[in-house]
Design a protein around this ligand. Sequence first.
Ligand code: NDP
Ligand SMILES: Nc1nc(O)c(N)c(N[C@@H]2O[C@H](COP(=O)(O)O)[C@@H](O)[C@H]2O)n1
Length: 272
Amino acid sequence: MASRGELLYPESDRVFLEPYLPPPDRQVKDAGVPFVTLTFATSLDSALSLAPGVQTALSGPQSKAMTHYLRCRHDAIMVGVGTAIADNPSLNCRIQGVGGYGGEGLVGQPRPVVVDPLGRWQLTSETKILKLAKEGRGKAPWILTTKTPDSENARLLEEVGGCYIVLGSRTGASEERPSMTWLDMLRAIGTRGIGSIMVEGGGVIINSLLSAENAEHISSVIVTIAPTWLGQGGVVVSPPRTEGSSLPVARLRKTKWQQLGDDVVLCGSLGA
Ligand SMILES: NC(=O)C1=CN([C@@H]2O[C@H](COP(=O)(O)OP(=O)(O)OC[C@H]3O[C@@H](n4cnc5c(N)ncnc54)[C@H](OP(=O)(O)O)[C@@H]3O)[C@@H](O)[C@H]2O)C=CC1
Ligand SMILES: Nc1nc(O)c(N)c(N[C@@H]2O[C@H](COP(=O)(O)O)[C@@H](O)[C@H]2O)n1
């Protein structure tokens, strides 16, 4: 650990991740969809947290530093509104040498993207992402929604350079429970110059992205497995199975494992 909360991730460990990462100068694909890395930390019973709305530390210091390294290797980082509300996360990169942490400007900082179809995320002066953007230690967020944004939220967001991106609701979704398709969400950010994105969570986001319908959008998966059982009632990763199918939902290819402290990191490829 370096000063001011800066994290170090050694060159020797970075090599292991390279085959699963987007090339540094990657441009958006033809279909306007970025390179997608799904990455999260899980317990041995597939839980992301002890309960919905409860932030739970699973990663040890080394794997936490790895996650921050991943953040600087992607143009954007995505979470669902459940995570934004529960965790009040930073969603920046604190690796020593990136912008705001010893480096120039915002070099190496990912764009936070929050999926909030109903506009549930209330922004305030205490919202960490906004504070970090003001301090030059992270980029301002984009919020994907289907609703007309609340004017005070929009003001707070625009003040730091963020914005709402309003998308149509998916066909068949009800008016009370609008939802956006992954293709629409990925295209919306792809057309705004995002060539790569890491999807961090939480449970609803991950299970929907891993479903048979959407898994083709994922290029790489990088999972930290912590040696603990959180027990029943947690937010778990367990994507829906296609109705009537007895086949697994998805299986990784070209897998590699690496021990980081007490944790194990599993990398693999998915999609086309
Ligand atoms: N261990 C780890 O690595 C991580 C852990 N977490 C933990 O996960 C928990 C939060 O997970 P969870 O409660 O499942 O919430 P999520 O962060 O997955 O957010 C879920 C919400 O996002 C919206 N959403 C998700 N998918 C779509 C879609 N396709 N279209 C439109 N809207 C969508 C919905 O909002 P709406 O309901 O308004 O329609 C949904 O309820 C927290 O406890 C957090 O700490 C989070 C990230 C990583
Ligand atoms: N990699 C990882 N390990 C854990 O143990 C976690 N709980 C998480 N959670 C994710 O990280 C966000 C919080 O970190 P920052 O405040 O942004 O540094 C949290 O919101 C989850 O997305 N991740």
